[in-house]
Write a protein that binds this ligand. Sequence first.
Ligand SMILES: [Fe+2]
Length: 341
Amino acid sequence: MTNTLAHLAHLEIASPDVEGSVAFFEKNFGLRAVSRDDDGTTYLRCWGDYYPYSLIVTPGDEPALVNMAWRTGSADALEEAAARVQAKGIEGTWYDKRQGHGRSFQFTGPYGHTMELYWDVPKHSAPAELASIFPDRPEKRSSHSAAPRFLDHVTIASPDVKGFAAWYSEVLGFRIMAYTDIEHADITVFSVLTTNEKSHDLGVVLDSSTRGGRVNHIAFWTDSIQELLVAADVLMENGTHIEYGPSIHGIGEQSFLYFREPGGMRIELNTHGYRNYVPDWQANTWTPALGSNSIYRNSAMPMSMTECFPPDAGKPSATEEGVVPGTEDELVNPYAREGRG
Ligand SMILES: [Fe+2]
């Protein structure tokens, strides 16, 4: 089954500090708030998003992924995808209309992640003062130096990376693009999947906690490495600690940058990377020593990067222990160091 899903359409995250999160996304990262509910839930967009919004920030006790919404390849594909999920014993819920898009099917998958699928969604129509001179642009390019173009991907956490990848591949047609195993151990710690020609729009990291449905990061796209470097500079100058990067992943060959927003969620900005159109692609297995995380194979991933959200109950996070992500006082990931060659 191919082309059941077309692409990632929007993400909904919870923040214990919605006002702080929204202010950060608008003032520091260059997104634009387009709508707000009475409870503070705020809908934001990047300048190049084709639909009205791509990020919903909603009040919550902890940073978390509330929902990940994919657009299907057609109206029929929505029915087919829902039937395939239901055939696995997951009932799900149909909505006629919610959050500004049309009929949707929402379900919680076997590892606790809530996913929504829809076909009907309005195209973004920019207000006159933000209209682009170019017909293909939904809105004029942002004048904010750090502004991403559009939403790119989401990387969740699962206690069974291969099991997660296999289920979403079998049921919804995601192509499995790569795995990362720890050296000298039969443990898969990472995988990437895609609905289209991008190297991935869904990532999976190993979750050693007992909490289901966790997320590692959400990611936005910028057009060039120059813009990514400027974004890193602008964020840093305005008080955001850079957790990891800028550098290039071996898997996907994307340039990346990671930081946290005020609600605690890890945000990635990325660019570059190959396109892959091979329908029967066979996923290769990488190791950290092969450069899965860092293509230059000369630096270790910070241990803080393994933190997922909501936090593991009972375990202090690196930040709670007084360690600032992206600084020298933090621990070093033993996986990344071991056997580096
Ligand atoms: Fe990522």
